[in-house]
Write a protein that binds this ligand. Structure first.
Ligand SMILES: [Ca+2]
Ligand SMILES: [Ca+2]
Length: 505
């Protein structure tokens, strides 16, 4: 905060004034008696650093008469010399030399000024020339030093906001606020902000212009401050206007959220619930969006629409204002696009990439039918879904061929009951968890233990092996092998099969 004042010295001084004058030939002009040129106003006291003002006026001229002006000065009673204007000669301390208002910047006190007089030579459009009376140099006073220049109540510049334009002078007895200019620093180049241009982020320079009250000046060793996150502030003086200003820098942080991780597109089954998530830095809030067709003057366009925690035609949403959106697919749906709007401080926004939710297409179950009997006999297949203890009504398929297929099946747990004339009905359980499930089914007539369509000694032998533990049967085979139907596999069943072979049963 404490910085040495940067002093801009003006090179030329009033003592050298005569060097700036140009000699002119002495001329005597007779003025129109009805017209007078006068010194209307002249400062009698001027503080060092301020302008000394003299104003000339022509009285009694015709209304259509126009004038050109040339201010002149002389030392003691020497000849009058024309003054040079600062606009012609930047070493000149004079401004407005060719107007009716002469100004002279008083840069310091100097001896000899009390011997200088000023007058204005005025030429009329009628060709006549007038001279004002003359006036002397004003009393030059020293200003009082002010050692602290401070401004309060200025907001620090913030991303996505207009730059602050006001501040309150710390002591209005000595100085008053004028205006603020803002510059964006691009490398080492300062680019002035246009009207209405908002702050983005990066380094900004503030130039707060102020006016010293009459009789006061900024002390060479003065310190300054804007006191709101500024740095490197210093007091400067505008070289052209002489106005004092404070220059300070601000580093405006980029508050835009940065997405670190996000979900990829997903495929789910109808009825499933899934989540999409983002992880972001600088996030203050979230809002998930869905891309929806919108009819615009006869054509369909897609627009991002904010989601709420509710159902639409296909989905039920929850946690749509968090970083994890939950979506339940209530019905069949087309591929649907989502994204997350991640909001940070100062209205900053970042969007996640677009992610697609698609439906996994329905599955199927297909397989061979292994059985025996007449070619024209019908095999009946009854497909049921099992979910949460509930069993659906069957979808029935009657076939004479030795294969079957059920298509367009949702994911889930199923049972398939296979029945056929003389055969023992068999039920299979399976899951549809991919697009095509292969399931060969095999049924048999009683006693055909190996299910090869023939009842012979092989079947009886299998039972004998089972009894001594050399063979293992599943529950269906047990049913087939239980020839006498007593629920137990015993030597009686093997004997019964042997008798059946020789037609005793
Ligand atoms: Ca057999
Ligand atoms: Ca038995």
């Amino acid at each position: 905060m404490k910085k040495r004042r940067n002093i801009k010295r003006v090179s030329s001084i009033v003592l050298c004034m005569l060097m700036l004058l140009t000699a002119i030939p002495f001329a005597t002009v007779t003025a129109n008696a009805a017209v007078t040129a006068i010194i209307k106003e002249a400062d009698t006291e001027v503080y060092v650093g301020d302008m000394f003002n003299i104003v000339a006026e022509v009285n009694g001229a015709d209304s259509d008469e126009t004038f050109t002006y040339q201010w002149q000065a002389r030392l003691l009673d020497r000849e009058w010399l024309n003054l040079n204007d600062h606009s012609d000669n930047n070493k000149s301390e004079y401004y407005g030399v060719y107007t009716n208002h002469l100004q002279m910047r008083i840069t310091r006190k100097a001896s000899g000024w009390e011997d200088v007089s000023f007058r204005c030579k005025i030429k009329s459009s009628t060709g006549k020339t007038y001279y004002t009376s003359y006036c002397g140099f004003p009393t030059v006073l020293e200003k009082t030093d002010v050692s602290v220049i401070a401004f309060f109540d200025m907001d620090a510049p913030q991303q996505n906001k207009l730059p602050p334009t006001t501040a309150t002078a710390g002591n209005s007895k000595y100085y008053t606020f004028d205006r603020i200019e803002w510059y964006k620093m691009n490398d080492n180049t300062a680019v002035k902000l246009a009207d209405g241009e908002k702050i983005t982020h990066g380094i900004y320079r503030c130039q707060l212009y102020f006016n010293m009250q009459r009789g006061y000046k900024v002390a060479d060793s003065a310190v300054c401050g804007l006191y709101n996150g500024d740095y490197d502030d210093k007091l400067l003086k505008d070289e052209t206007t002489g106005q004092d200003y404070i220059m300070a820098y601000y580093n405006v942080k980029d508050e835009t959220p940065v997405i670190l991780q996000q979900s990829d597109s997903k495929m789910i089954y109808k009825g499933d619930t899934t989540t999409f998530a983002v992880i972001a830095d600088n996030a203050e809030s979230y809002r998930w969006q869905v891309k929806r067709p919108v009819s615009v003057t006869g054509s369909i366009k897609f627009r991002w629409v904010d989601l709420a925690d509710r159902s639409d035609t296909c989905f039920t949403y929850s946690d749509s204002a968090t970083n994890r959106l939950s979506i339940k697919a209530d019905t069949d749906f087309n591929p649907t696009y989502f994204r997350c709007k991640v909001m940070g401080k100062n209205d900053t926004v970042t969007y996640s990439k677009t992610i697609c939710l698609s439906q996994i297409p329905p599955g199927s179950v297909v397989g061979k039918i292994i059985c025996s009997g007449d070619e024209n006999d019908i095999t009946t297949l009854k497909l049921r879904t099992h979910s949460d203890g509930f069993v659906s009504n069957p979808v029935t398929l009657n076939v004479t061929i030795r294969s079957y297929g059920f298509l367009q099946l949702e994911r889930g747990h199923y049972s398939l009951e296979v029945s056929r004339k003389k055969h023992i009905t068999r039920t299979y359980y399976f899951d549809i968890d991919k697009s095509e499930v292969n399931l060969d089914v095999a049924i048999a007539v009683p006693c055909d233990v190996n299910m090869d369509g023939i009842i012979n000694v092989v079947d009886a032998t299998l039972i004998q092996k089972y009894i001594v533990g050399l063979e293992d049967f599943d529950s269906y085979t047990v049913e087939v092998a239980d020839a006498n139907g007593d629920g137990v596999i015993s030597i009686v069943d093997a004997t019964n099969i042997q008798k059946k072979i020789v037609n005793l049963l």
